[in-house]
Design a protein around this ligand. Structure first.
Ligand code: ANZ
Ligand code: ZN
Length: 849
């Protein structure tokens, strides 16, 4: 066929790949392994462009590694528990299970249509009992080790929605949905003791050299190790001390009041005004507005004997440090705001090295400096002062140095239906009784009445709720909360190692495949998911299941898919296809164009993958998303860009068909050993095709190897097509070389555009699946770039010369010139007025002075 009929081609090869089980992989003792993993999706209904980009990146890596001779594990599954299923159930009266499984079926068909090379025998669906029984099993193991415990704690509670809110769902103290003000409610919850691994999670960040630095920084900050001292302040008129935690012992002479958390065990005894205490307990924690109440009591500063008032304040967290602080308003902004609000004194004890602070202060001075008004310590630089005061406190027995972590234990209880039941039974006689391992899984019942209110609906399912105590056989009740869905995604990568019907923790296979060599997903998971997965891996290691400390060797966080948004004065936000020639297709009014930002339903700046595939085909969509930006950068959707990608593939198709007649007839099976003689022959040939293909192989390979620069790799492939498009081989020898070039080109193209590559591979008379071909090696000699001399002039004088490859862009040439050591010396510290590149071989730099 002369025309690029992508629909037929893509369907044909997708069927063939599945039928011939090309993507299925087993543990091969003779090959090195490579585990390539993309974050699995929530089955929300249909995939969006963000998914397409994520999976296309993963697929290129998986296919490339496969051709490089690795045994590649490339699995996919569904993060299938969660709230949207429950909301859909309430709204449309469809059971969460039905909704979820239907979405999975549809989305799976979409992934197959994208030509993604998944081994579906390993598909994981987290809402199936075969999967979640292992959530329950892990929970029981954690419970045995004292790493799962029950505790009453405060949660954000919306009284009108009757539901618990995550911190991110509280906006300015109000519910994000109904805007009623959020209260604090005490709930019994299950916690996993991630803090037991805080130090190891922090320390091992240093070993994650294949992770983006910004993700590591976020993890480190989240763990938030801080070193300080605990100091005891005696309470006046009581035989009690108030123990505080501070990271700034150097400011202890500046304490003008103390604050304790409303939940502090001493709060009741210190505060006579019970009403005020009750009120403050309802306030939001980590608040914008810092509020408090004076207890009427005083503490004594053990260093200078000063008497300071004790307050109860909503910004002091019971879960951090000791739940009590010494307040130094001159040097801590939160304390400063509190002092200003309640008219408390502000005393400066640290001043900048070179000047005095102007008082009264307008904000806290939080930087380092020199200690003042601090008795014998005055005059010490605050850095040394920190240590000196801490040492003094320890010597005098007033306190001790300690380490605190910001990381909190992980509260996993959710008052929801669509999640893993927590395998616990409450017996009036025996107390908390874990479900015996042999009784797993605790199955989530099907018949429930979903209300969307704050209580778990499982409470009202008698057959579930009422049970017998496994210990004494008396009547007992089941735990009705379900687990946070982050539990599901904390170990799914381990489950993929064996097939669905095999055991979940298959030691041999886990040993073969783990750890994941390349993980790819969104930056939004930089903290929680990735931290929980690291935590679970360490737990599984301690249970003897995985022989590794860290789950993900390398991490790639891909950028967002963005697009401009359109708004009509009449019809609000418009989908791109509702805009024609800058006007709204409904009313003809001109639309205003918003800035380029992440595709989102609310602004309708979205392109539907299905529609794009329908119009241009999967290969075009893949090539566009991979070509438009390097993987870690944001990508701006552009219809011209998509057209461009499509045109490129059409040209590839036309190129092969131009030579179709003779391609099948000629044999190009050159052994690597004959390459050299081939090279010599090619040199005689004016085409230099052989050298072009070797150069292309080299560049594409290095672009992929080096940080997955797929955009430039595709650019090389485009260059290749441009160079050979009008070439006509004449002799048999030229044809043989040209066929070799085309064949290699198709292999290079195949990770990006697998369907067209497969089709043209067969159409040029080759056998077998292209994915089963080895990635072509390149010959350094043949791939060598033509070098030319670059001359750099500064203010008209030649200052440096260097050899560079021919054909670089002006931008590249300028960069090389400015990076040159000699040039750097000449322009060091001077202002650059102009940089003028000339024909890729001369750069003129004009500097001032
Ligand atoms: C006195 C002081 C003076 C402080 C100063 C800071 C600056 P990080 O670095 O996060 O560990 N703090 C201690 N426990 C707290 C709690 N439960 N709730 C709220 N704040 C608490 O912060 C440690 C600092 O946070 C501690 O050092 C304490 O205030 C406060 F110029 O003590 B500081
Ligand atoms: Zn019992």
């Amino acid at each position: 066929r002369q025309n690029y009929d992508f629909k037929t081609i893509e369907k044909k090869w997708q069927d063939e790949w599945l039928k011939n089980r090309v993507f299925e992989v087993d543990e091969s003792p003779s090959k090195p392994k490579f585990y390539c993993l993309e974050m699995f999706p929530y089955p929300s209904g249909k995939i969006h462009m963000g998914h397409v980009r994520n999976y296309a990146i993963g697929d290129v890596i998986a296919r490339y590694k496969r051709m490089k001779g690795f045994s590649v594990l490339h699995p996919m599954g569904w993060d299938a528990f969660g709230l949207p299923a429950e909301n859909a159930a309430i709204k449309h009266g469809v059971h969460p299970a039905k909704w979820t499984y239907e979405n999975i079926e549809y989305m799976k068909s979409q992934l197959i249509k994208l030509g993604l090379s998944y081994d579906w025998r390993r598909e994981v669906t987290t809402c199936t009992p075969e999967y979640y029984r292992w959530n329950q099993w892990i929970f029981l193991k954690l419970y045995e080790k004292g790493l799962a415990y029950r505790k009453s704690s405060f949660v954000n509670w919306c009284p009108s929605c009757a539901t618990v809110l995550a911190n991110e769902q509280v906006i300015d103290g109000a519910c994000w949905r109904c805007e009623s003000s959020v209260e604090q409610k005490e709930l019994e919850q299950w916690f996993l003791k991630i803090t037991a691994y805080a130090e190891e999670l922090l320390k091992d960040c240093d070993r994650l050299t294949g992770w983006p630095e910004k993700v590591l920084t976020m993890q480190r900050n989240w763990i938030g190790k801080s070193e300080g001292v605990e100091v005891d302040f005696p309470i006046e008129g009581m035989n009690e001390v108030l123990r505080i935690f501070t990271t700034r012992p150097d400011t202890i002479f500046g304490v003008t009041f103390m604050c304790i958390s409303p939940e502090h065990p001493l709060a009741e005894r210190l505060c006579d005004d019970k009403e005020a205490l009750k009120k403050i307990r309802k306030l939001q924690r980590e608040p914008e507005v810092k509020e408090g109440v004076f207890t009427g009591r005083y503490a004594i500063n053990p260093l200078n004997g000063e008497k300071v008032p004790i307050w109860i304040a909503n910004f002091v967290l019971m879960e951090y440090g000791t739940g009590a602080i010494m307040s130094v308003p001159a040097h801590d902004q939160r304390d400063f705001e509190f002092a200003v609000r309640y008219g408390l004194p502000i005393k400066v004890v640290i001043k900048p090295v070179d000047k005095d602070l102007t008082e009264p202060l307008t904000e806290a001075y939080e930087e380092e400096g020199v200690m003042v008004n601090s008795g014998a310590f005055s005059g010490l630089p605050s850095k040394e002062g920190k240590k000196a005061v801490a040492d003094y406190i320890e010597q005098k027995g007033l306190g001790k140095k300690t380490v605190n972590y910001r990381l909190r234990d992980w509260g996993i209880s959710r008052q929801r239906y669509w999640g893993t039941p927590i395998p616990i039974i409450y017996c009036d006689h025996c107390g908390i009784v874990p479900v015996p391992e042999e009784d797993l899984p605790v199955i989530l019942p099907e018949n429930v009445n979903l209300t969307g209110k704050g209580e778990s609906p499982l409470k009202y399912v008698d057959e579930f709720y009422r049970t017998k105590c496994p210990r004494c056989g008396r009547d007992a009740r089941r735990e009705t909360d379900t687990m946070d869905t982050f539990v599901d995604s904390s170990w799914y990568f381990v489950r993929y190692c064996s097939l669905r019907e095999e055991e979940a923790f298959h030691r041999e296979k886990i040993k073969y495949w783990m750890p994941v060599d390349q993980y790819i997903g969104g930056i939004e998971h930089a903290v929680l998911h990735l931290l929980y997965a690291r935590f679970f891996t360490k737990v599984l290691r301690d249970l003897g299941i995985v022989p590794f400390d860290e789950p993900f060797q390398r991490l790639l966080t891909q950028g967002m898919v963005c697009m401009e948004s359109y708004r009509c004065p009449e019809h609000e936000w418009l989908f791109p296809k509702e805009v024609k020639d800058g006007k709204c297709i409904h009313c003809g009014k001109p639309v205003s164009v918003g800035r380029v930002e992440k595709m989102s339903k609310s602004k309708k700046n979205i392109v539907d993958p299905d529609e794009m595939i329908e119009t241009y085909g999967t290969d075009t969509v893949r090539v566009f998303t991979l070509f438009a930006a390097p993987p870690e950068k944001d990508l701006e959707w552009s219809s011209q860009g998509v057209e461009g990608a499509h045109r490129f593939l059409k040209r590839v198709y036309a190129l092969v068909y131009k030579h179709h007649k003779w391609l099948k007839e000629i044999d190009s099976d050159l052994e690597p050993s004959t390459r050299h003689s081939e090279a010599q022959r090619a040199e005689e040939s004016p085409s230099s095709i052989l050298s072009l293909i070797h150069r292309t192989i080299k560049r594409v390979t290095l672009d992929i190897e080096k940080e997955y620069q797929f955009n430039t790799a595709i650019a090389r492939l485009m260059e290749f097509v441009n160079e050979v498009y009008n070439y006509e081989p004449k002799t048999d020898e030229e044809r043989r070389v040209f066929k070799l070039a085309l064949k290699n080109f198709l292999i290079l193209l195949s990770p990006f555009a697998p369907h067209i590559a497969e089709e043209l591979w067969r159409e040029s008379g080759e056998k077998g699946f292209i994915l089963e071909q080895p990635w072509p090696p390149y010959d350094e000699e043949l791939a060598r770039e033509q070098m030319i001399e670059l001359v750099v002039q500064i203010n008209g004088k030649v200052r440096s010369k260097m050899m560079i490859p021919q054909g670089m862009t002006d931008e590249e040439v300028v960069k090389i010139a400015l990076d040159d050591e000699k040039v750097k010396q000449w322009i060091d510290g001077k202002e650059i007025l102009k940089v003028i590149p000339v024909k890729g071989k001369l750069v003129n730099i004009v500097v001032k002075g």
